[in-house]
Design a binder for this molecule. Structure first.
Ligand SMILES: *Cc1c(COP(=O)(O)O)cnc(C)c1O
Length: 369
C-alpha cells in the first residue's frame, strides 16, 4: 500500500489543480504553472516569469486589440513603460521633446536621467508640440494633457515626424484606447498607464507599450527583460478582468464629464473650465476629429486653494485623490504637486455615479463657496 501523505503534501494537494503549462493566473491556483518547463526543450515560451508568462500574454493581447496594435508589452506602472521607451529612444546626443504641460514625473525623468546622460531634452506644451518636433529625434506627446486637458493635433504631428524620420510616441493614458487610437493617427508607439481609467477601480498600478513596428517592440521587450520593471501576474489578471467593463465605465464617465463640464461652465463660482467635449473649448475641433470619446476628466479653475478644499469638504461624492479614472469621482488640486497651474486649479475625475446625483452634489458644494 502506498505510504500516506504527510500534512504538508496533503495541504498542497488539497489546494487543487495540476499545473498546466501555459495557463494564466486566475481564481484557481495555477500561477506556478507559468514556470513549469515542458519536457520538450524547444517547446516552451515560458522560461522565466520576467521574460514572459501567460498572464501577461492574455492582457497584452487584449491591450494590443484595443490599441489597434500588433503587440503590447506590459510594465509594472505607467512610468515604468514610459521610462523604458525613453531609455531606448533618447540616446545620448539625441533630441527628445517631452510635454511641458503633461504628466509631471515624465518631465522630471527626462531632466534628471535623460539630460544627465547626454540627451537634449526640449519641453513643449501641446500648442508648441508640432513646431518643437521639427528636427527632433524623438517626440513624446500627451493628449489630452494631464492635467490641463489641452489637445495635440496628432495627425499633423505625425506628418511632421514621418517626414523627417522622428519616432513619435503618444501617452494615451487620459483618453484610453477606447477614447482614441494614436497608432491609427500615425504614432509609432503608444504608452499608457493602466492604473487610471483602463483598470478603473483605484486598486492596481500597471502600464503598457503598444505598437506595430517589430524592431521597436523587440527593443521594448529586451529592455523589460533586462531592467526587470515587470507587472506582477496577479496585477495582470486584475487589469484583464477590469478591461471587460472598460467600455461601460468609460461611457458613463464621459457622459458624467460632459454634463458636469457644461454645468460648471455656467457656474458663478467657476472661473474657467476645460473639457475637449465642450463645443466652445479651444481644443474641440481637433478633439472631435481624432477622439471617439472625450474622456472622464474635467479641469476647472476656482478662486484659490481654499475654494478647492471647500469643494472637497462640502461634496458628498467627490473625494480628494491624486489618481483618477476610477469608479469613484475625485478631485485633485494640482498646484499641490508642483504642476504649472494656478492655486485654484482642480482636475476633476468623474466616476460612474448617476449623472443627476453628481450635478446636484457639485452644484450644492460650489454654491456655498
Ligand atoms: C498617471 C500617469 C502616468 C504614470 O502612470 P503610473 O501608472 O502612475 O506610473 C503617465 N502618464 C499620464 C498621463 C498619467 O496620468
Amino acid at each position: 500500500m502506498a505510504r500516506a501523505h504527510g500534512d504538508s503534501t496533503r495541504s498542497v494537494k488539497a489546494v487543487g489543480t495540476e499545473p498546466i503549462p501555459g495557463s494564466p493566473i486566475g481564481p484557481v491556483p495555477t500561477s506556478a504553472a507559468a514556470y513549469h518547463l515542458s519536457r520538450d526543450e524547444d517547446a516552451g515560451v515560458d522560461t522565466y516569469g520576467r521574460a514572459s508568462n501567460p498572464s501577461w500574454r492574455h492582457l497584452e493581447s487584449a491591450l494590443a486589440q484595443l490599441e489597434g496594435a500588433a503587440a503590447a508589452v506590459t510594465f509594472g506602472s505607467g512610468m515604468a513603460a514610459l521610462s523604458a521607451v525613453l531609455r531606448i529612444l533618447a540616446e545620448p546626443g539625441r533630441t527628445v521633446v517631452v510635454p511641458a504641460d503633461g504628466y509631471y514625473q515624465v518631465r522630471a525623468y527626462a531632466e534628471e536621467f535623460l539630460a544627465a546622460r547626454g540627451a537634449k531634452v526640449v519641453q513643449a506644451s501641446c500648442a508648441e508640440m508640432c513646431d518643437a518636433a521639427v528636427g527632433a529625434d524623438v517626440v513624446l506627446a500627451e493628449t489630452p494633457s494631464n492635467p490641463g486637458l489641452d489637445v495635440v493635433d496628432l495627425h499633423r504631428l505625425a506628418l511632421t515626424c514621418r517626414s523627417q524620420g522622428t519616432v513619435l510616441v503618444v501617452d494615451n493614458t487620459t483618453a484610453t484606447p477606447l477614447g482614441q487610437q494614436p497608432l491609427s493617427l500615425g504614432a509609432d508607439l503608444v504608452v499608457g498607464s493602466a492604473t487610471k481609467a483602463l483598470s478603473g477601480h483605484h486598486d492596481v498600478l500597471a502600464g503598457y507599450v503598444a505598437g506595430s513596428h517589430p524592431d521597436l517592440i523587440e527593443r521594448v521587450l529586451r529592455e523589460r527583460l533586462l531592467a526587470g520593471s515587470i507587472l506582477g501576474a496577479f496585477e495582470a489578471w486584475l487589469v484583464l478582468r477590469s478591461l471587460g467593463s472598460a467600455g461601460l465605465r468609460l461611457e458613463r464617465q464621459c457622459h458624467n464629464a460632459a454634463a458636469v463640464a457644461l454645468m460648471l461652465s455656467a457656474h458663478p463660482s467657476v472661473r474657467s473650465v476645460r473639457y475637449p467635449g465642450l463645443p466652445d473649448d479651444p481644443s474641440h475641433a481637433v478633439a472631435a476629429a481624432q477622439m471617439r470619446r472625450f474622456g472622464g476628466l474635467v479641469s476647472v479653475e476656482l478662486a484659490d486653494a481654499e475654494a478647492v478644499h471647500a469643494l472637497v469638504e462640502r461634496s458628498q461624492l467627490l473625494v480628494a485623490a491624486t489618481s483618477f479614472g476610477g469608479i469613484h469621482s475625485s478631485v485633485d488640486r494640482r498646484a499641490r504637486w508642483g504642476d504649472p497651474v494656478s492655486a485654484g486649479f482642480a482636475r476633476i475625475s468623474l466616476g460612474i455615479e448617476d449623472t443627476d446625483d453628481l450635478l446636484s452634489d457639485l452644484d450644492e458644494a460650489l454654491s456655498a463657496l
